[in-house]
Design a protein around this ligand. Sequence first.
Ligand code: UDP
Ligand code: MG
Length: 333
Amino acid sequence: MSGAVSRPGADSPALSVVVPMYNEATNAIALYDRLHAVLEATGERWELICVNDGSRDETLMVLTALHQRDTRVRVIDLARNFGKEVALSAGLDHASGDAVIPIDADLQDPPELIPELLRCWKEGAEVVNATRRSRDGESWFKKTTANLFYYVLEKVTRIPIPRNTGDFRLISRPALQALQRMPERSRFMKGMFAWVGFRQATVLFDRAPRHTGATKWNYWRLWNLALEGVTSFSSLPLRIWSYLGLGVAIFAFLYMMFLMVRTLIFGIDVPGYASLMVVVLFIGGIQLIGLGVLGEYLARIFEEVKARPLYVVRERLGFSQDAVDHAETLPGR
Ligand code: UDP
Ligand code: MG
């Protein structure tokens, strides 16, 4: 990828705000209004890229109307629901700003923080993370599981993934270009943002509750996101089995010696049903877990090997030919 291709025309905006949207018709206008106020105040040229991720409501209609009112609102309509991480990637691929800011559509990430992100960027940071100051208002269970997740992730991956940081951040063009060279289909964006490195800065903020609508995340989806995070950035779960197997085998050998000696000295003692049962079930369980872990990785390898395009665009509104050409030549798209 040459630098020349990825810096579109001279009239390209300095700021690109990218929003993945799934059933966000009721939030789109409010989001636009708040972003508009903030972005105009920065005095920079800006664009707002809204990715309609196969919404089942009027999101696309609302976005089309917004685009007609203000052509800086650019719309990518995906052919179906591809999920948030892919929708966000589609938006990032089409962004032509020197700084790109992904943000959620539900106004949980305050647009008013953008000037602060810009300030850090202008002071030299290449990635500015927006980190939640606290997780007040969340259940004890959610906080504990989130903490546990970050703890495990830190231990098994060697990339420092910032805690309590969503997709809301500022990415400068060099970092974005690095990100765009990652063709994988398992897209754990938090990890990918961290993986590319660059000079990072952090800005703290308080996360608001959703403006309207409901979250798409339940514990099952969060669990799968956690799996995605670990499997995308670590092979430790795969490699651990040799050691676990070795440990169990050594223990079994020692126990066998003990049983032999005991039998030789005290003779055969028949009762042993419970201990046998325990051993059989334990080993069976361990083996199944090992197979399951293999399956997790195998399924992901299968996804990658098929090398399907990351997303399919039905329609684009308001993009320059340069931006479209650039997006279509990225690896794995
Ligand atoms: N989203 C998306 N595709 C999906 C699910 C969600 O584009 O399949 C978008 C959604 O519209 C929102 C953002 O991703 O802009 C975050 O979603 P949500 O608010 O449900 O997540 P939470 O804030 O609860 O983590
Ligand atoms: Mg949300």
